[in-house]
Design a protein around this ligand. Structure first.
Ligand SMILES: [Mg+2]
Length: 298
């Protein structure tokens, strides 16, 4: 038995990949009057002096800063509505759908093969903020750090933490179709039963924190793109990407984070999706041929 394996997944990091800003700085600090510099300094101390993981450090610092003002998760979702993105987001999601249908019509794909494109986000930022943003309706699943709530409904303790090394777990969840986090991602699923093979995946990230995901893509036949912010005058953003491709050989493609039609990134994404779709069709033809018992010749 096998599953169709005709879904293509684009998986995005969030901060600096879909958005030029850090989500905490963009919507949480201004709302609660937190001094960003002090906040990140406190996080640095927690990491360096007290041995905290980076993500736990920012989650603790936020709880410490807010104390009695701790918001509900619903409030975080509300703040997420103010998040902004690189050019072309979120329009790309709907345009892509249209484009995919156009290409599908010309090439005779989707009707016959049911090829679908899905978008996922795997972030070390706060899931609730992204869930309240304008991109959420276009995304099949958002994975991110989460807080539990106390009896009054206020955020109280980290419920889920996704550090950059743990991000790869979510690629396997997407691969195995285990989107429900109560499922054990280590359970064995035979390759032919996995709904989205790695060859059907494209990972988009921005820097060293995405290296574990880039590596999984490279080892499994997936595709990856590192993006940089072309408006970053310090060039740090570009240099992070350049290092990944020029010296470390982590990722083959880099592009400015501009998702508008005709941009380098958009061309790469469209070409990759087309290529994956062609491969899906090719595989299905081969499977069909292998499964067809030829009628005896007269
Ligand atoms: Mg990032």
């Amino acid at each position: 038995m096998s599953v169709p394996q005709n879904t293509i997944a684009i998986i995005y990091d969030y901060d600096q990949t879909l958005s030029p800003n850090y989500m905490q700085e963009e919507v949480i600090f201004p709302h609660f009057g937190i001094d960003g510099k002090q906040f990140w300094k406190r996080c640095g101390e927690l990491v360096q002096k007290h041995g905290y993981e980076h993500e736990l450090a920012y989650m603790k610092a936020l709880l410490d800063y807010l104390e009695m003002d701790r918001p509900t998760n619903a409030k975080l979702r509300q703040l997420g509505a103010k998040l902004s993105f690189f050019p072309g987001i979120p329009e790309m999601f709907t345009e892509f759908e249209g484009k995919l249908n156009d290409v599908a019509d010309t090439m005779g794909w989707s009707a016959a093969h049911g090829i679908k494109l899905e978008h996922y986000i795997v972030s070390s930022g706060l899931k609730e903020l992204i869930s309240g943003s304008r991109i959420a309706p276009h995304v099949r699943k958002i994975f991110g750090c989460e807080y539990a709530e106390d009896d009054e409904g206020r955020i109280t303790f980290p419920k889920r933490v996704i550090s950059h090394t743990q991000k790869t777990q979510f690629l396997f969840r997407i691969n195995k179709g285990m989107l429900d986090l109560s499922q054990d991602v280590n359970d064995h699923v035979p390759p032919e039963m996995r709904p989205i093979p790695f060859q059907n995946m494209i990972y988009v990230g921005d820097g060293p924190t995405d290296v574990p995901c880039f590596t999984v893509m490279k080892q499994t036949g997936g595709r990856a793109i590192a993006v940089y912010n072309p408006a970053d005058e310090t060039r740090v953003s570009f240099q992070k990407c350049y290092q990944l491709t020029a010296h470390a050989d982590r990722v083959r493609h880099i592009a400015p984070a501009d998702y508008r039609p005709g941009s380098h990134l958009r061309l790469l994404l469209e070409e990759m999706v087309t290529e994956i779709a062609d491969n899906i069709i090719e595989r299905r033809r081969n499977d069909l041929e292998a499964a067809t018992v030829r009628a005896p010749k007269h």
